[in-house]
Design a protein around this ligand. Structure first.
Ligand SMILES: Cc1cc2nc3c(=O)[nH]c(=O)nc-3n(C[C@H](O)[C@H](O)[C@H](O)COP(=O)(O)O)c2cc1C
Length: 335
């Protein structure tokens, strides 16, 4: 393996200076964070997520504006969507695919990509598919994925529930082996728990071509996450997050059964985590208390979407600083 990370397969494929991709995080990866990451040499995926056309066009457009005149950075800008939401409305995807400067890539997560992937591959835009199990791998490769993101259960935000999901440390090499045998042209990123140079170096040693970083870049000055939420994450240790259905029920998001959500395990989470069926059956009062918590910035009730790597997040730095530190540390370790 080359110790010059800019020469890794993933960096070369997308013209990056480091094999890092910014995760398309709902309500956090807006134009400013994506533009900062693209300028810092990473692949930058706007959080198109639930497919809201107004939000996506505003934030994607803001990144384009910030990168105007910097064609090298603009060429690193892409977008990510939640697959099962696109099945309901794909207008935001179509808007991104029609940009005058083609997106660097579109990432699909959570759901069978087969049907919607056609629009992306037909537009000759690179397709990235985030998966959580070996069972999902052939379907993603057959859909035309150029890059697979192997997401372990440590990840912040949505992922596979504890019963069906996997840890990053075993999922990545198992997928790397399968790809080497079946589809060696398809690249692999590790996701879930990569927040420093040790994580990126480990991902590369496990057979990945790079890493998709969410939580660590969520906690940056350019992120749309509220400063107070980032402060909660900075103060938490890695034991402090949990994966469950609690916040999807409280947020009235109708996610498919096998996916759930990792966030800080705050008071309202602890109150309901052992009584999920009860909460789902009669959520109204809890939803009202949760919404009040969001409105007042009370993080004993509002969710803070961050993964286990919250314990590795010690400051709210700029995205460029975070990327430079991860890259330099990985480079040193691999050297
Ligand atoms: C705040 C937040 C929001 C997220 N939203 C999305 C999303 O909308 N779509 C998606 O594919 N993944 C989303 N993810 C998951 C990321 O794509 C990625 O798998 C994860 O962040 C990687 O693990 P890490 O958080 O430990 O870096 C989100 C993650 C976070 C932390």
């Amino acid at each position: 393996m080359s110790t010059r990370l800019s020469e890794s397969r993933f960096a070369k494929r997308f013209g990056l200076t480091t094999p890092i991709a910014l995760a398309p995080m709902a309500f956090a990866t807006g134009g400013s964070l994506a533009a900062a990451c693209a300028k810092a040499g990473a692949l930058a995926l706007i959080g198109g997520s639930y497919g809201d056309l107004d939000w996506t066009s505003r934030e994607y457009g803001a990144a384009e504006d910030e990168l105007a005149g910097d064609a090298t950075a603009l060429a690193k800008l892409g977008c990510g969507f939640i697959t099962w939401k696109l099945d309901e409305d794909a207008s935001a995807l179509d808007w991104v695919l029609e940009r005058p400067a083609k997106p660097a890539a579109i990432m699909l997560s959570f759901g069978d990509p087969t049907a919607i992937a056609r629009r992306i591959t037909d537009a000759s835009v690179p397709l990235i598919c985030q998966i959580q199990t070996i069972a999902q791998l052939p379907e993603a490769v057959d859909a035309g994925a150029n890059v697979i993101v192997a997401q372990g259960g440590e990840a912040g935000g949505h992922g596979m529930n504890a019963l069906d999901g996997r840890g990053t440390f075993t999922l990545v090499p198992e997928i790397a082996d399968w790809l080497a045998g079946h589809a060696p042209h398809v690249q692999l990123l590790a996701a879930g728990g990569v927040a420093d140079g040790r994580g990126l170096a480990a991902a590369l040693m496990l057979g990945a071509d790079g890493a998709l970083v969410g939580s660590r870049l969520w906690a940056t000055r350019e992120s749309l996450a509220p400063d107070a939420a980032i402060a909660e994450a900075v103060n938490a240790c890695g034991d402090g997050s949990a994966r469950s259905k609690v916040f999807d029920i409280l947020r009235e998001k109708n996610w498919p059964a096998h996916f759930d959500f990792r966030a800080l395990r705050n008071a309202i989470h602890r109150e309901w985590e052992g009584r999920i069926k009860e909460l789902a059956a009669d959520p109204a009062a809890a939803v009202a208390r949760y919404k009040e918590g969001v409105a007042t910035g009370d993080y004993s009730r509002a969710h803070v979407t961050v993964g286990e790597s919250t314990g590795l997040i010690r400051s709210n730095a700029s995205a460029a600083e975070v990327i430079a530190v991860i890259d330099e540390e990985a480079q040193r370790l691999l050297g």
